[in-house]
Design a protein around this ligand. Structure first.
Ligand code: ZN
Length: 159
């Protein structure tokens, strides 16, 4: 039997935590969204450069625990180069997986599998969800033509 804590902090998680992807600031910000996870104290800012309906660049600035930072790093890595529709599918698949259904995680997003460990720690699921919830809110506002100031996403609002 493996220790659930070992599973939570798998090597992939620690690798993303130590060297988060998407750290570099982006020059053109089309989508911006902030989020927070009060139960853990994680805070995140997600910015996206769009190009012809495709995510051209992603900047993620996350101040929080290893899980929230690693999840944000995976978001930066996996959404870059994807269309908005593809991004929505990925976010949907991540949410389903964190809730126990892993049937929809495509093979090329294999690192996301490492986040499964949080399912044994319900309070940490929100840490893993934070980045994705924040991105989706930004996308929604972008598609509705609402840029600029918007409310900070909170994991407490998750339905
Ligand atoms: Zn956290």
């Amino acid at each position: 039997m493996s220790n659930p804590l070992d599973e939570l902090y798998r090597e992939i998680i620690l690798d993303h935590y130590r060297a988060p992807r998407g750290k570099q600031p982006i020059s053109k910000v089309d989508i911006t969204s902030d989020g927070q996870n009060p139960s853990c104290g994680d805070e995140i800012a997600v910015q996206v450069t769009m190009d012809d309906g495709t995510v051209k660049d992603v900047h993620v600035d996350c101040k929080g625990c290893a899980i929230s930072v690693a999840s944000g790093s995976m978001l930066a890595e996996y959404t870059k180069g994807k269309s908005l529709e593809e991004v929505k599918k990925i976010v949907g698949a991540v949410k389903s997986m964190l809730k126990g259904d892993e049937s929809e995680i495509p093979a090329e997003l294999a690192d996301l599998d490492a986040l499964k460990g949080v399912r044994k720690f319900p309070v940490r699921i929100k840490c893993a969800l934070l980045a994705w919830m924040t991105l989706i809110e930004g996308l929604k506002n972008y598609e509705n033509g609402k840029g600029g100031h918007q409310k900070t996403v909170s994991t407490e609002d998750e339905e």
